[in-house]
Each structure stands twice: as C-alpha cells, then as structure tokens.
Design a protein around this ligand. Sequence first.
Ligand SMILES: [Fe+2]
Ligand SMILES: [Fe+2]
Length: 419
Amino acid sequence: MEKDYLPVPLRNIQVNSYPDFDLYLKQADNFVLYRKASYRFSQEHLDNLIDSRVDLLYLERRDLKRFENYCKKIHAESAEDEEARPITHPVEVAHYHDIMENYFAVNGSLLLSGLELEFPVFCRRQNRTRLFPEFEQNPEGPWHLDENVSHCNKEVMIKMEDLGKYQALLQKLFEGGGGGAPENGKRVRQKAIILKELSKIMIQEMLADPRSGEKIKNLRNMVNTTVDFIMENESSFYTLMRIHAFDFYTYVHSLNVCTLCVGLGSAIGLFRSPDLELLALGGSLHDIGKSQLDPKLINKPEELNESEYEVVKTHVNRGVELLKDNPDLPDEVLSIVSQHHERLSGNGYPNGLKGDEISLYGQISSIVDVYDALTTDRPYRKALSPFDALKIIAKTEDDFEQTLMKKFILMLGSQIVST
Ligand SMILES: [Fe+2]
Ligand SMILES: [Fe+2]
C-alpha cells in the first residue's frame, strides 16, 4: 500500500529534541527519508534546512498521533520559557544587572567538543548564570569541552573580563586552528559567526571607551570585512541575521542594525564603497550615546517610566557629542547617530525632523532600528516574530518611507518564511 504523507512546518520541530517519528523531505514528487525516528534534531540540521530553503518536512500519516504527542511534550517543556517574566524583586533586579554588566553573550556553536578553553563558559537561564555543566567538576579549569556547548540550548555567556581570551580564540578559529574545527562545507557559517562575534567584541569595546579614535578605526576595518562578507553571496546576509542572541544587549543590537542597514542599502542599489561602508559604520555606532548613561537604566528589566524614557532619549545627542569632532567620521555616519529616532511624520526625536529633512541614511537606520528592537526578547516583553514586527512597522506608514519599507519587507521575506 502506498504511504500517505503529511506536511509539518519546520518550526514545529524543536532544536535538540528527539522526534519519535521518521521525517521526510519532498523532492519533486518523491518523499525521501530525511531523519530516522529518535535521532537528535540539532541546530545544525535546522541551519542546513533553512540554507536549502526548506520550510516543510513530512511525516507518515500513521505517525500523526506520535507527532501530536511530541508537540504537546515540547509545548509543555517550553511553556515556562515562552512567557515574558518581568523582573521586579530587588534581588532579582540586582542579579539581572550583574549579568548584563559582567557577562558577555557568546555564540555557543563555536565552542565545539575537543576545544581546550582558557576561560570558563556559563549558561544563562531564568536570570541566573551557571557554570557550564561539564566544568562543574573543575570550576578552576582546565576547561576541556567534551560536548559542543550549543547543546545546552540556553544563552551561553562568558565573563566580561575574559573577552580578550575569547577574541584570541576567535582569531585562532578564523585561521582554521583549534580543536573540533568543522570541515569545509560548514566554514561559511563558522566564518559568519566568528565575524559577528569579533564585531560584537569591538562594539562592546567602543561602548566601554567611546572616545578612542583607535577603536573606531578597528571597528571600521571590522565592519568593512562584514560588508565584504555580506556582498560575497546572497545567503551570507541571512546567515548573519539568523545568528541570534536571546536578550537585548546594546552590542548585539548595534551589530544587527549594522547588518540590516547594509542589507537594506544593498537592496536599494547603494554602492559598496563608500555607501554601504558608511551605513555599516553608522549602524554599529548608532547607539554609542548609551555608553554615557547609567547601565542600570539602559538595562532596566522593566518598561521605562516617562522620566526615565526622557533620559534615555538623550543618548542621541550624547552620541553626536562623542563623535562629532572625530575627523575620520563623515557626515553620513553622524546622520545615522543623530537621526535614527526621527520619523517622517515629525513625531520622532530629538529634533522632530520631517520628510526629507531626514537623510536617506537616517531613514534606513530608523526602520532597521525599530525592527531589531521589536524582534528581540526583553524580560518584560517577548520578541515579536519578523512577520508581526513588520506588520506593526507597516501600520505606522506616516513614519517610514514606503519604498524603503517595501524593499525591507522583500529583503526579509525569506527569513519570515523560515520562522
Ligand atoms: Fe537609539
Ligand atoms: Fe538602537
């Protein structure tokens, strides 16, 4: 008897779960076995499928009950993680600030089995950081990885003081060294992650020392490498955008704004040099003024009240103040710093600019900035899906330039399909 197959959206299969049913791919009119039942479905599997633009898998109809039970189980396990839990108790608020100020979010997928680390790694969950389970026996090191850290499926962090050691490891991995380096086919993804990690470190260093001309130069070189990478091929941009952090960190947000600005700039046909380079640098620096504000305010785990919001708004002028005398920064870069909260309607800040008083660079960064903020988790608000975020932005049509919006939606189309 011929088998009967049912489609399963890829998003229903959870990373690091063990589906107890066979999964198939549809190729032309044939169903090809993709994963046997009870094998782990890893992040790598998900990434490979997304890379191949697969958003549906198939199962045999006889496995429908198993699939329903699998979904129930996954849902029960993740229900706890699904909810935004505002952090209000002073002890919890203190823990939250401790994490935000003393730890740095890293991409665990680079920390592969076989690596000997010179620093400990932590998992972050429910407002606490815990030493990575493998290290609990030897909290003082050596920190040898038996299993890939990414399997911990929670946010992976290192101590801020270990950033230099982490940077050295990234450079080693970039040159192809280090234990557990993946084979060639996966080098593009690995390279994207390393680039993103190195850029995050540089942005964090800029935020810590925002007047340093040398750090701006380093950052500029780094973002140019990122632009090169994005322009290398179409999928590089999506690869970069899918590498996601859980919570809202200024250094991650800045890098996302940089990447999205380059993506949108290239979608509207801007030139690689100097346009995209300036967009990338401006995107990386756009919130630099936040470095001048109390980190307790910037990283407040609750929604800001009105007077706090007024203080946060000053980050724009503070950023301009920090950068305006730097001879290496052209006006285009400064216009991103000064205009990314302006709106075409005149309802933005700090100057209530209207229409074409806002530069093209300012307009691009304003769309991208809101989008990234909406699609990132906060303790008091879960991230919106790309689709829902775009719906919200599209509603405020008087605020954003419509041709740019359309290009932005088209550009993210493939990402939306795969979430
Ligand atoms: Fe901002
Ligand atoms: Fe921002």
